[in-house]
Design a protein around this ligand. Structure first.
Ligand code: TTP
Ligand code: MG
Ligand code: MG
Length: 483
């Protein structure tokens, strides 16, 4: 492990919700929940103001509504999140060629490789400047962790949240990790946590004391070994830029189109198994399962589903592939089938024991693509070959959606129902706007493109108001976790 805290982990604060607050001045400082709003929708994220009520990611939206009935509930606007993500990642690439994005709002950066930092002081300065640059370029706040390894940099950024910077001094890692709950370590979810607790192990220190043999006995060879190393704060994983193999996939073309639905199902299972063998062979796990189907007429479509965490479990991949197949019409015959896994990780982050039991997460958890069988919440990453959704006879006005009125200008849908739609007219740079109600089929009202958060001159068009005053200005050091 290097002896300077030059690995940086960056994570945007309440990302989707902060973007919505920056876009919609009337929501700044307010409880905002972004996610699926249908009956089975789940929360993608909640603003820190909403978290106070206990609302969090992956919670059913219905439950969130009970906890925070007055919050604003909005559908995700993936195209906006994606473009902001690109700006942030570009700022990271200014620091080093070694930038490893983990999701839209999160990445590791090897500062040493880029010459951006070599010791504690230069690392802290670079982290502080980076946060300021992100704020200037996007109007949003980000948290930064600095440490000598990826694992600790990530733990540090979690401690820095929201809107802070935490640096873990080399040499202090074990003392810092010791009293932390085992759940702090990557790969330890609720079920593994329970398993360890039953064996009398609740803290990282107790993990280290248990010794490698005992952990291997409890958790199996690979995970016992890995967890023991992490408990000792050993983590040599390098920051890997834009990993070459971002996905592992296998496919088969058939000489004769397959018509039998049962046979198609069996082929998909076989491909899923083969894909997992290859995935494991490469030492990876992955979060998004992709099914590819080329039909008799050469129309090709892909369906994907994103799980809560990376998996390399053949049962999980098989089940997901089967669910995806359910949503595909194969009448007429199939000439090619493929199964892939993307969103690769070095280790299985999700709870190691809960994998097979876990159900697929709805699309609100899948910022990069479309999940199977979802209706309105499918992002723009959805496959182009997918048939257009049937044109509804009545126009759909979804909360949070951008609209333009010929007279009132740009606004967003605050709510709709009973043939009416309520719109708030405001822009990222305007003061909080006024609300008006229209008939749902009013011809003066049209869906619109989102407006940029920052004007083209690079000026923040408004105060970043994603956090309440009591939280802002916490420049670091504090070990406050999220409420
Ligand atoms: P996170 O970084 O995990 O969460 P966050 O940015 O909302 O909040 P914070 O980091 O301050 O704790 O996830 C980034 C975005 O990814 C999040 O804004 C929404 C999306 N997401 C989901 O859609 N589903 C999920 O289960 C999670 C965890 C995140
Ligand atoms: Mg985040
Ligand atoms: Mg994140």
């Amino acid at each position: 492990m290097r002896n300077a805290p030059t690995i940086l982990h960056l994570d945007m604060d309440a990302f989707f919700a902060s973007v919505e607050q920056a876009s919609k001045p009337s929501l700044r400082g307010k409880a905002v929940v972004v996610g699926g709003l249908g009956p089975r929708g789940v929360v993608a994220t909640a603003s820190y103001e909403a978290r106070v009520f206990g609302v969090h990611s992956a919670m059913p939206t219905a439950q969130a509504r009970r906890l925070a009935p007055h919050a604003a509930y909005l559908v995700p606007r993936f195209s906006v999140y994606r473009s902001i993500s690109e700006r942030v990642m570009a700022l990271l690439r200014d620091l080093s060629p070694l930038v490893e994005p983990l999701s839209l709002d999160e990445a590791f950066v090897d500062l040493e490789a880029g010459g951006a930092a070599w010791d504690e002081e230069s690392a802290r300065l670079t982290g502080t400047r980076l946060r300021a640059r992100i704020r200037a370029a996007t109007g949003l706040t980000a948290s930064v962790g600095l440490a000598a390894s990826k694992m600790l940099a990530k733990i540090a950024s979690e401690q820095a949240k929201p809107d802070g910077l935490v640096l873990i001094e080399p040499g202090t890692e074990r003392a810092l990790l010791g009293p932390m709950p085992v759940r702090t370590l990557p790969g330890v979810g609720p079920a593994t946590g329970d398993h360890l607790r039953r064996a009398g192990i609740t803290t990282v220190e107790e993990l280290a004391e248990a010794g490698e043999d005992e952990l291997v006995r409890l958790l199996g060879k690979a995970h016992g070994h890995a967890l023991y190393a992490m408990a000792l704060a050993h983590d040599e994983r390098p920051v890997v830029a834009e990993r070459e193999a971002k996905s592992v996939s296998v496919e088969d073309t058939y000489d004769v189109d397959i018509h039998d639905r049962l046979r198609v199902g069996l082929e998909v299972q076989r491909l899923a198994d083969r894909c997992v063998r290859r995935l494991r062979g490469a030492g990876h796990s992955g979060r998004t399962i992709v099914l590819k189907v080329r039909r008799y007429d050469f129309s090709t479509l892909t369906r994907s589903e994103t799980l809560r965490g990376p998996t390399d479990d053949p049962a999980v991949v098989r089940e997901a592939a089967a669910r995806l197949l359910d949503s595909v019409d194969t009448t007429g015959g199939v000439r090619l089938l493929g199964v892939g896994v993307t969103g690769l990780a070095d280790y299985t982050q999700e709870d190691l024991f809960a994998q097979a039991a876990q159900t697929a997460a709805p699309v609100a958890e899948a910022p990069e693509g479309a999940a199977a069988g979802t209706e309105a919440e499918v992002g723009p990453g959805a496959d182009a070959a997918q048939p257009e959704p049937e044109q509804p006879t009545e126009r759909q006005w979804r909360p949070g959606q951008d609209v333009r009125h010929t007279e009132w200008g740009h606004g967003w849908v605050q709510g709709s129902g009973l043939g009416r739609v309520t719109v708030r007219f405001e822009t990222p740079s305007s003061p909080p706007g006024r609300v008006r109600t229209f008939s749902g089929d009013d011809p003066s009202l049209e869906p619109a493109e989102p407006l940029p958060l920052v004007s083209s001159g690079g000026q923040v068009s408004s105060e970043p108001a994603s956090l309440p005053k009591s939280w802002s200005g916490k420049a670091g050091g504090g070990a406050t976790s999220r409420p």
